[in-house]
Design a protein around this ligand. Structure first.
Ligand SMILES: Cc1cc2nc3c(=O)[nH]c(=O)nc-3n(C[C@H](O)[C@H](O)[C@H](O)COP(=O)(O)OP(=O)(O)OC[C@H]3O[C@@H](n4cnc5c(N)ncnc54)[C@H](O)[C@@H]3O)c2cc1C
Length: 341
């Protein structure tokens, strides 16, 4: 019986676990299968839990664009399926009009604009209105409609689906991967530890990209506005609250809320929507994005067993999780035929 461990219960671990479990349940119902998520933290304490979960490739280092396209499209299709089902409310999936603005040469959404709905470049007149009062001007902008799937709702929904299908969970911190592989009963280990891989694998290519956000009550905001510049702000409505952002501080491991970041966020977002000043402030939150020169999704043989790595999703872990899980499953099926599990 294939006995598979997924280390990590963030969006990538849970998506990978579901893909594997449901593949066997649906296609090989006579093969008994055990899939266990082993993790020191679960929702609501993973990196995605505080994020808005807006679909959009972001902060992915040098990861191959064609792969990012494929992975992010898979997630968009998955979200569309959920949105059209009765589960959208429970899963926290909302359809959202967005405007992305850029101050750089390259146009917004160059390689992914056909995945989202109704993408249109802003006209120069529209850009001019966004540029009023600004010293650094936006040079391009894109309006479109896509999804948010806030992980604080999506993760409990996915965990429920995993457990309903017979998945198991174990709360454990893995401190020594080789020892875990040797001493545990698992045939295959899937490593979805995000930034945890820096310590677990001594992967020095991993680094934190610190993100601080605020949440407000403002159920009159129905559009996301995102300034893509290095010091840009963003406003992203979720189901019940609105996320204001944000920072992306490279190699900053401080998980405490910074008052100066908070005032940068609130002041910057007020420039787009002045009424934010009077909205109820709910909370501030800091998360460390799992930054890496390039997302790592590959299999290796370790201690005589197959280990599949799936980490380093930067600022797009939610956007890519379902598509990356497709590849994890493929790697597992290939390795299975090689090693005759
Ligand atoms: C402010 C902010 C806003 C964001 N907004 C968005 C957005 O709008 N859209 C988007 O797509 N992405 C967004 N992101 C990025 C996204 O949240 C991350 O890319 C994503 O959460 C990474 O998921 P993961 O499953 O790979 O890692 P994580 O969520 O970090 O999960 C790692 C898991 O592994 C476990 N773990 C780690 N080490 C060990 C160990 N040694 N032993 C056992 N368990 C271990 C942890 O407990 C955790 O369960 C945002 C991030 C931040 C910080």
């Amino acid at each position: 019986m294939p006995n598979i461990a997924i280390i990590g219960a963030g969006v990538n671990g849970v998506s990978s676990a579901i893909k594997i479990l449901e593949h066997y349940r649906n296609n090989e119902p006579n093969t008994p299968i055990q899939v266990t998520i082993v993790s020191d933290e679960f929702t609501p304490n993973t990196t995605g839990d505080g994020s808005a979960g807006l679909w959009g490739p972001y902060l992915l280092g040098g990861t191959d664009e064609a792969k990012v396209y494929k992975w992010s499209k898979s997630m968009h299709d998955f979200l569309e399926q959920i949105w059209l089902s009765d589960d959208a409310g429970e899963a926290g999936v909302c359809l959202l009009p967005c405007v992305r603005l850029s101050t750089t040469e390259s146009s917004v959404g160059d390689f992914w604009r056909d995945i989202v709905y109704g993408s249109n470049d802003l006209t120069s007149k529209q850009l001019q209105r966004y540029n009023e009062g600004r010293t650094v001007k936006f040079t391009s902008g894109l309006s479109f409609v896509t999804y948010t799937s806030e992980p604080a709702k999506l993760l409990p929904f996915l965990m429920k689906r995993f457990l309903r299908n017979g998945g198991k969970i174990v709360r454990q911190k893995v401190t020594d991967l080789d020892n875990f592989i040797l001493s545990s009963p698992y045939d295959v280990v899937v490593n979805c530890t995000g930034l945890g891989s820096r310590e677990l694998l001594d992967d020095q290519q991993m680094y934190a990209v610190r993100g601080q956000v605020s949440r407000i009550k403002a159920n009159w905001i129905y559009t996301a506005i995102l300034d893509e510049s290095d010091d840009g702000n963003y406003i992203i409505p979720n189901c019940d609250t609105v996320v204001l952002g944000g920072t992306h501080q490279v190699k900053d491991y401080n998980v405490n809320v910074s008052p100066s970041d908070k005032s940068f966020i609130l002041q910057g977002c007020r420039r787009f929507v002045p009424g934010i000043e009077y909205a109820q402030h709910l909370k501030d939150w800091v998360g460390l994005r799992p930054g890496r020169g390039e997302l790592r999704l590959e299999a290796e043989k370790r201690g005589g067993k197959v280990v599949i790595h799936n980490y380093g999703h930067g600022g797009s872990g939610v956007t890519l999780c379902w598509g990356c899980a497709d590849d994890v499953l493929q790697l597992l099926l290939q390795s299975k035929s090689v090693s005759k599990l």
